[in-house]
Design a protein around this ligand. Structure first.
Ligand SMILES: [Zn+2]
Length: 449
């Protein structure tokens, strides 16, 4: 058994809108009605099939029939990443094994991984979200999509793969690693789009430079589909300036689906959420009360068409806001701000809350700085030692001590103006800091906790 209705809008063949994008423009009133119908179905499904959810509802005196409006979602209990660990492996699953089509798992920094079971319909919903993102980015049948996200338990590789395949793109499933070959294949096979983490694309840019490959002159690459780690607008601008591609932002998480939950349109107002499948809320992370659209808080998702592992009011730990304005592109699906800060990534340095993205934004406002940096924190008795190592571009790197010292001061001023702290800035030669084949680790925290 699965979610009984999977409507698509009738498509006008003369419309310039790609058929897969028709739902993006569903008028708000029927969209809210559809969401309510799907939410009611989901709550009933989870109540019947997931004992932990049922018990938590019973503790609150909530029954599925109490969900009469979308606002009634606030009656339901939250779920968190720790639930997926505490009830490892499949305590939150709603589907039986004979309905399960595929598992995905994501490893945390400690302890057991989280496991998500998906039915075939869940996989198709996820693929639909990915296809709508790629169509919104401007990809079409005939594009050649290099998937350099890792394939496997991680949702990045397979998510981008099936999204591109569904749209009719030619897929080059390179996965991560072997960067020298990635650049060669990109050029030789006329790749027009690449999907990977932004930090891995930086590595590909390095390798292309090493091989003397100019993206504009020697490749057909036009689109970068970047996600799976926070990245700043400054990083996006740097990538676009150096390669001439358009860097699109795709958002997703294994707990909810994978890449394709949300993405940015050409107006770049933020990321449109496919809220006909993934219902968003913003809550105050302290009081857990829902916040109105426009206010910044923690992003919470409820899957409203998923059977395998229905996630109800899942706290993502991502901080953002939902826009109140309608996007000029005409899509009715609400827009959230880009995620450049995750609450899990917050550092407390000298008592000040600092997000790595703030440091990245400051560094990349200095043109002579390359997009490679490392934040190192260590303790010396009571004082935190706060260092930022940052690479200088090949053009700006020289033996001129005075010029470098001048640059170092400008980098310090740029960072200080954002975070209000005075880190020790260490300029390093191009190509000396670690690169990544997947998600990069830019913060080294050696402080004793
Ligand atoms: Zn838009």
């Amino acid at each position: 058994m699965s979610y009984p209705i999977y409507p698509t809008l009738p498509h006008d063949l003369n419309s310039p809108i790609h058929p897969v994008s028709a739902m993006d423009y569903l008028p708000v009133a029927p969209l809210r009605a559809l969401q309510l119908h799907r939410l009611q179905w989901t709550v009933k499904w989870a109540y019947e099939r997931v004992p932990i959810f049922r018990r938590r509802c019973q503790e609150r005196g909530v029954r599925p029939e109490h969900i009469q409006t979308l606002a009634d979602i606030k009656l339901l209990p939250f779920s968190k990443k720790t639930d997926l660990r505490d009830f490892y492996p499949l305590g939150l699953a709603g589907g039986n094994m004979d309905e399960t089509a595929r598992f995905h798992c994501s490893s945390g920094t400690t302890g057991k991984p989280i496991c998500i079971s998906n039915t075939m319909d869940d996989i198709l919903v996820w693929q639909n979200g990915g296809m709508r993102c790629l169509a919104m980015f401007g990809l079409r049948a005939g594009d050649v999509l290099q998937v350099s996200y890792g394939y496997g338990l991680f949702t990045g590789g397979l998510g981008a793969h099936y999204a591109g395949e569904g749209l009719g793109c030619a897929i080059l499933p390179t996965s991560g690693g072997n960067t020298e070959r990635q650049v060669m294949l990109m050029r030789d096979l006329g790749v027009t789009a690449i999907a990977c983490t932004p930090s891995y694309f930086l590595r590909i840019m390095d390798e292309a430079r090493r091989q003397g490959v100019d993206f504009r002159r020697d490749t057909k690459l036009r689109h970068g589909i970047f996600g799976a780690e926070p990245w700043t607008t400054e990083m996006r601008d740097t990538i676009e300036r150096e390669t001439g591609i358009v860097a699109h932002d795709i958002y997703g998480l294994t707990e909810i689906a994978g890449p394709g939950v949300a993405g940015d349109c050409s107006h770049r107002t933020g990321l449109h959420i496919w809220e006909d499948h993934f219902y968003p809320e913003i809550i105050d992370p302290e009081t857990l009360e829902p916040l109105p659209d426009g206010e910044v808080g923690e992003l919470v998702f409820t899957t409203i068409t998923r059977c395998g592992t229905p996630m109800i009011r899942y706290r993502t730990r991502d901080l953002t806001r939902l826009h109140t304005e309608v996007c000029p592109c005409g899509r009715t699906m609400r827009v959230m701000d880009r995620i450049s800060a995750r609450s899990d990534d917050m550092l407390i340095i000298h008592g000040v809350n600092v997000f790595p993205g703030q440091i990245e934004a400051g560094l990349l406002r200095v043109p002579e700085v390359a997009p490679h940096y490392q934040i190192v924190l260590s303790s010396t008795d009571t004082l935190d030692l706060f260092e930022i190592k940052v690479e200088v571009t090949a053009e700006a790197f020289s033996d001129n001590i005075r010029a470098l010292e001048n640059l170092r001061k400008r980098v310090l001023d740029a960072v200080k103006s954002i975070i209000g702290l005075t880190p020790r800035i260490i300029l390093v030669a191009p190509g000396t800091l670690p690169r990544s084949d997947g998600k990069i680790k830019r913060v080294i925290d050696n402080r004793t906790k």
